[in-house]
Unconditional design. Sequence first.
Length: 275
Amino acid sequence: MMSAAVLAFSLNDVLGKWLVATYSVAQVLVLRSIAALVVLAPFIWREGAAHLLRPRRPWLQAGRVAAGTIEVACFYWAVGMMPLADTMAFWMATPIFVAVASAVILKERLEAARFVAVLVGFAGVVLALGAGLDSGWLPTVVALVGVCVYTAYLLCTRALRATSATVLATYQMTGALLFGLVMLPWAWVPPTLADVALLMALGVTGVIAHLAVTKSLALAPAPVVVPWQYAMILWGILFGWLFFHEVPETAMLAGVAVIVAAGLWLTRLELRTGR
């Protein structure tokens, strides 16, 4: 299930990069969110209106929606300016950022081995950052902001783990839809029928990916399934080469290798702690 989710997320990223070359991020968010909410409709009906209208910890829910919407917008913005694999490389560093944020914000203990893994991961980020600067400073800054905001999104999601996945996904897609609608009047490009289908497919693949992740985490502990997310960078390299004729630089590949090694090291420490 996690492998299926990673593939769906990768296809989602390819569609996003393809579409932001023609359409604004706001327009992509609007049509993507509409398609996602259509797919979620049966789950929303089964869940019932009570859970949606009376959310637990509403301020935290609002913060999660804001962080998730900004993160998606940053990803589509960054991937429109830099190679697909390069953009994915920054997002692969998320476990490193989460480990630091958990220690600083949640006051969780960061033992020596985890601290070393974090330092190694940041070395990988620096390597990837140096390669990413070839695309200019703006996409690199946007990508770094996106990863930081995504870290906040994950921490909020962790704090809201008692809330159902349907409720969380519905709020997230609704927030992205509203954000896109606010920005849309200044950035509307009449889409072709084929592109409307692609924009809708963006929402469908996104929902499929989220549902597959939720199912995988229901079947096995997070440290067991989360490392499979690193396969996303392999899909990114393959799809970037196939669809956009992109070849990642040696420095970027080296940075990715270090980031993945640090992430797997953190995962191994989590498994050891779990045992």
